[in-house]
Design a protein around this ligand. Structure first.
Ligand SMILES: NC(=O)c1ccc[n+]([C@@H]2O[C@H](COP(=O)([O-])OP(=O)(O)OC[C@H]3O[C@@H](n4cnc5c(N)ncnc54)[C@H](OP(=O)(O)O)[C@@H]3O)[C@@H](O)[C@H]2O)c1
Length: 262
């Protein structure tokens, strides 16, 4: 088979939700894809569907990125297939709802490994190639990144890490011609809420619920433009800005009220 001349995008968490729609944006735009998630069947279906529809090559790599060897498995799969990556999308992430005194530590540590460690390790391992190809990195953070979040304390903290790391990296890599974008969605319709066991909290009534395709399309455009931080939606943008001038203790108390179980 001839080597493809198309650029290649690797998207984690591509089996559903925001990641699936982000991956489709790349395919539509003529990128070959490496799709990563745990659900091998869902990835295989998407690969077959988009391969036929968009005429691009798609590799499906089933890996659990909350495991210590998850990133190694992805890097090994790239090496086996002789694939170099032009755009890295660190999207895979999970949330977890509940008071910290009630949640399970093992679940929290797995979430931290997925949301922060895998994102960092994959970026580190693919960085030499991304610099050589003047590539792009898109990290999916959240509006949760801008302030502390009682009842989802660890999740909010993982997203603060993603945002801080992404902005610092964007600055470091600017001279290399690599762009880094932190996409910070507010509440978005996807499998996320159910997986995180988020019930009918006030936050979901106050903020508009976006659909995952819209968030992905806006995030993709922001990445193409080399934006460092992008928050979809005016209400989400205003909220993200408002925390800059509000005392942190007050904003934390407001988020507690919005996140409290009803
Ligand atoms: N939805 C929201 O309200 C919202 C708001 C702000 C930010 N975000 C962020 O957006 C990103 C995408 O979330 P989403 O809303 O699209 O949620 P989603 O529908 O639950 O999708 C999550 C994706 O991550 C994958 N994934 C989960 N655990 C994984 C693991 N251990 N290893 C590899 N892949 C894993 C899932 O696939 P498998 O189950 O097949 O592994 C799935 O493809 C996350 O980083 C989330 O924090 C979401």
């Amino acid at each position: 088979m001839n080597a493809s001349t198309r650029p290649t995008a690797l998207v984690t968490g591509a089996s559903g939700g925001i990641g699936m729609h982000l991956a489709e944006c790349f395919a539509r735009d003529g990128h070959d894809l490496v799709l990563v998630a745990r659900s091998a069947d869902a990835l295989a279906r998407l690969a077959a569907d988009w391969g036929a529809r968009y005429g691009v090559r798609i590799a499906a790599v089933a890996a659990d990125l909350s495991r210590e060897d998850g990133v190694d498995a992805v890097v090994a799969a790239l090496r086996e297939r002789g694939l170099a990556v032009d755009a890295l999308v660190n999207n895979a992430g999970v949330g977890m709802y509940g008071a910290f005194s009630d949640t399970r530590l093992d679940d929290e540590l797995a979430m931290m490994r997925l949301n922060m460690l895998a994102l960092t390790a994959l970026t580190k391992r693919l960085l030499p190639g991304l610099i050589a190809r003047r590539g792009r990195i898109l990290n999916v953070a959240s509006t949760a990144a801008f302030q502390p979040g009682p009842y989802m304390a660890v999740y909010y903290a993982t997203k603060a890490y993603v945002l801080s790391f992404s902005e610092a990296l964007a600055d470091e890599l600017a001279a290399d011609g690599v762009t880094v974008t932190a996409l910070c969605p507010g509440p978005t319709h996807s499998g996320f809420q159910a997986r995180a066991a988020i019930g009918r909290i006030g936050l979901l009534r106050v903020l508009p619920l976006f659909d995952a395709a819209t968030v992905a399309a806006q995030g993709y455009r922001a990445m193409r433009r080399g934006r460092r931080v992008y928050v979809p939606g005016l209400a989400n943008r205003l909220l993200a800005q408002s925390v800059r001038v509000t005392p942190r203790r007050l904003i934390t108390a407001i988020v507690r009220r919005l996140n409290a179980p009803r």
